[in-house]
Design a protein around this ligand. Structure first.
Ligand SMILES: O=CN(O)CCNC(=O)c1cccc(Cl)c1Cl
Ligand code: NI
Length: 183
């Protein structure tokens, strides 16, 4: 099982590298990795397991956070309306997005960042993502609000972008133009 020791931290080149496309169909090793990433997220959200193995909670994880520069990520979370999202994503890409922006009023965190970085992270409020799932099927997801934010955080990792790269330098709590707060 994956634990925190498998996650690279700030300063590791992998976090600032543009990851490579995965050739399809994914190899068994790549499928197993995605399954392990999903299992990590579920474990990290289970109080008993997280406590037992000292896991920080996460709703997403990208392969570069494991030092693997492949365009793969996993997400596992429930949005504020109770809709469940649990995906292993291969070559996820944003194919369209809203002009309107959104940000989490509580800011963001990252398992590869061992410190609290305060501030609003402006992102697109709505996005359409295309990807291949763990079984090799094409995915097209229309996402908004919290789900859109999480997917953008993960796709950023595939492009060597960290969440705090988006925070306003002079005033971290500057309300971005045309942006809505997600509580
Ligand atoms: O890349 C993934 N991580 O670093 C996992 C830890 N961070 C989170 O779960 C997290 C927390 C707050 C907002 C967002 Cl958008 C995310 Cl993603
Ligand atoms: Ni992260």
């Amino acid at each position: 099982m994956l634990t925190m020791k498998d996650i690279v931290r700030e300063g590791h080149a992998s976090l600032r590298t543009v990851a490579e496309d995965v050739s399809l169909p994914p190899t068994d090793e790549e499928k197993t990795l995605l399954q392990d990433m999903l299992e990590f997220l579920k474990n990290s959200q289970d109080d008993n397991i997280a406590c037992e193995y000292d896991l920080r909670p996460g709703v997403g994880l990208a392969a570069p956070q494991l030092g693997i520069n492949k365009r793969m990520a996993a997400v596992h979370f429930e949005d504020f309306k109770g809709k469940h999202y649990s995906y292993g994503l291969i070559n996820p890409r944003i194919v369209s997005h809203s002009v309107e922006k959104a940000y989490l009023s509580g800011g963001e965190g990252c398992l590869s960042v061992d410190r609290n970085v305060e501030g609003y992270v402006p992102r697109y409020a709505r996005i359409t993502v295309k990807a291949t799932d763990i079984d090799g099927n094409d995915l097209k997801l229309r996402l908004r609000d919290y789900a859109a934010i999480v997917f953008q955080h993960e796709i950023d990792h595939l492009n060597g972008v960290m969440f705090y790269d988006h925070i306003h330098n002079d005033n971290p709590f500057h309300i971005p133009e045309n942006a809505k707060a997600i509580e």
